[in-house]
Unconditional design. Structure first.
Length: 194
């Protein structure tokens, strides 16, 4: 079922833009004050937006399409950070200490001095932002095959650090959560633009 009426399409496109704007606002709030409830609300809105564009794909006018795309890219890039962090916190039970740049601290053994911990996977926050930008743009322009290259580059770059079980766990969970978030928003953008 598609919306052939220009008015209905414009209304649906505006609804999708509002959904993405609220997701962006909730994501910004989630960056400042991490909360599972905030990110669950943002994820529920994303699912609702995805259902709308799948059931009744709007034929978005160009005047709405550009802001909708910009909102989507911002929501994917920024929103993926608190979403991924919440997923990692839930999966690891907050037992892994993070560095400021999104890396993790590994202590050699249970009895080792925590002051002698070594940092792994430094720059994870920036890498996550770049991963989500590339993913959402790849899907929005209709080239989802690029995601395989994104994952390959990330895996090759992180390979030496994946010997530690904590690093492997964070790499897999973080990558999947980040790609899921960006992929959902990229799909909303792609289906909204027709």
């Amino acid at each position: 079922m598609s919306s052939d009426d220009p008015f209905t399409s414009a209304v649906l496109a505006i609804v999708i833009a509002v959904v993405l704007a609220v997701v962006l606002a909730l994501s910004l709030w989630g960056v400042r004050r991490p909360s599972t409830a905030t990110m669950a609300a943002a994820a529920a809105l994303l699912v609702a937006g995805l259902v709308i564009v799948i059931v009744i794909p709007p034929l978005t006018p160009p005047t709405i399409g550009i802001p909708l795309t910009a909102l989507g890219i911002a929501a994917a890039t920024i929103g993926g950070n608190p979403f991924t962090r919440r997923a990692l916190d839930i999966a690891t039970g907050k037992r892994v200490r993070e560095t400021e740049d999104g890396g993790i601290l590994i202590v050699a053994s249970q009895n080792a001095d925590p002051a002698h911990a070594r940092a792994l996977m430094r720059g994870g926050t920036v890498i996550g932002y770049l991963e989500r930008i590339c993913t959402v743009v790849a899907i929005a322009v209709g080239f989802p095959e690029a995601i395989a290259a994104i994952i390959a580059v990330k895996g090759i770059g992180r390979f030496p650090e994946l010997a530690e079980s904590e690093a492997r766990e964070r790499f897999i969970i973080g990558t999947l959560a980040s790609l899921l978030w960006a992929g959902a928003i990229g799909t909303i953008i792609r289906l909204s633009l027709g």
